[in-house]
Design a protein around this ligand. Structure first.
Ligand code: SF4
Ligand code: SF4
Length: 400
């Protein structure tokens, strides 16, 4: 039997069952239509160890990952229910030997494909195979503008040089390129050089993303938190570059929450415009959602995706505005930012239903601003690297 709105089990039967869920009249899916783009975290394996990685602290092992056949079924199902674009991410998606096969399948079912990669495992031959399979776009992450800091943040020797080389191949093969640069106290001084690097690499787009502090980044907050002065300078640098490079390089800028007055509209609102799929097939409202304990996330192994999107208790818990406490409930911005980030509210207050402390109206806002000011002025420098062992403290090669 096809799962419907009244079918409490939602047991998995056929991808088209999901379509029937979306076609139910008066369904919530009509209000929160299926997202146009979805993030597929193919694996949590990664040769890099970035201290701000957005993967959960408890990484999923490779024996839990969806098989090639399961991912293909998921891709078909996504296309069937109206998704147009798939971002292949991780961990490092190129660690999956079946990546070209998955890209080909995504292409065959009509999805636009983007690869979000550290690029260190790519060879030119591998990239050609991905392009031949239909890859449409590539996003390469950089940890700095030069080898010293970049390799140190990545926790991998020669990572930076490999990224530069791979970016060159991407442009040679005609792939549109986005450079992603995650910024923090220890690399913000390189921002002008990173912007120039993106121009030199002939990138179409640069994402200047200040670290968001949950999961691994929260563990490393004292080593990463920028100073207020750095943030003021950054805004000026980005603004100047945006004007100067109009038509050459598009720049997206994500400001750090702790210094903001209003929170970001995280994920466009919980369960409104986005979901991602974990390596083992769990459907999550955002990539950090598993940091919130007590929420149960359903798997593509057990239910049609559209059924999960519509019926998942975890998705519905913070959808819309009905769940909001004060001051959000009576705030004129409640349908602008949807109360900010649930993961941040949980990380900083222990309750995901609280107002995001990044908001100046939160009773905790002043406290997080103070924390940011104190930590950014501190001398914590060493990183706790992200890995399957639960994190490893960087060895202080400089003896500082
Ligand atoms: S943030 Fe770094 S460690 Fe995490 S998946 Fe990306 S490249 Fe790997
Ligand atoms: S009180 Fe809530 S809705 Fe209002 S600005 Fe702050 S986070 Fe947004």
């Amino acid at each position: 039997m096809s799962p419907t709105l009244t079918d409490a089990s939602g047991a998995h039967a056929d991808p088209t069952d999901g379509l029937s869920v979306l076609e139910q009249r008066k369904s919530q899916a009509a209000t929160f239509g299926i997202p146009l783009a979805v993030l597929a975290e193919l694996t949590h394996r990664c040769p890099l160890q970035c201290p701000y990685c957005s993967n959960p602290l408890e990484l999923e092992r490779n024996n839990a990952e969806l098989t090639t056949g399961e991912w293909k079924r998921v891709l078909s199902e996504l296309a069937e229910i109206g998704v147009l674009q798939i971002h292949f991410s991780g961990g490092e998606p190129t660690a999956r030997k079946d990546l070209a096969e998955l890209i080909r399948h995504a292409t065959d079912v009509g999805l636009y494909t983007n690869l979000i990669t550290s690029a260190v495992l790519l060879t030119k031959e591998k990239l050609i195979a991905l392009v031949d399979a239909g890859l449409c776009h590539i996003q390469i992450s950089f940890q700095g503008s030069e080898q010293g800091i970049a390799d140190r943040v990545a926790g991998l020797k020669d990572a930076h040089a490999k990224k530069i080389e791979a970016a060159g191949w991407a442009r040679e093969l005609g792939l549109p390129l986005t450079v992603n640069a995650v910024m923090h106290r220890q690399n913000l001084s390189q921002l002008p050089d990173i912007i120039q690097m993106a121009v030199d690499l002939d990138a179409d787009r640069l994402e200047v993303a200040n670290v968001q502090y949950y999961g691994w980044a929260l563990k490393n907050r004292a080593a990463l938190m920028p100073t207020m002065e750095q943030i003021e300078q950054t805004s000026g640098i980005v603004e100047e570059a945006e004007g100067r490079l109009k038509g050459i390089l598009a720049i997206d800028y994500v400001v750090p929450d702790y210094y903001a007055l209003r929170p970001k509209k995280c994920m466009g609102g919980w369960g409104r415009q986005f979901f991602n799929i974990s390596p083992s097939g769990k459907i999550l409202p955002c990539h950090a959602a598993e940091t919130i304990t007590g929420l149960v996330f359903e798997s593509v192994r057990d239910h049609p995706i559209a059924w999960i999107w519509q019926n998942s208790e975890a998705f519905n818990r913070y959808r819309g505005t009905g769940w909001m406490p004060q001051p959000c409930q009576s705030c004129e911005f409640r349908e602008v930012d949807y109360g900010g980030c649930r993961c941040q509210a949980f990380a900083l207050t222990g309750n995901a239903a609280n107002t995001d402390p990044a908001c100046a109206l939160s009773p905790l806002h002043e406290q997080i601003f103070k924390t940011a000011t104190i930590e950014s002025a501190g001398d914590t420098r060493l990183f706790i690297y992200r890995n399957f062992a639960g994190g490893t403290l960087e060895t202080d090669v400089h003896g500082t």
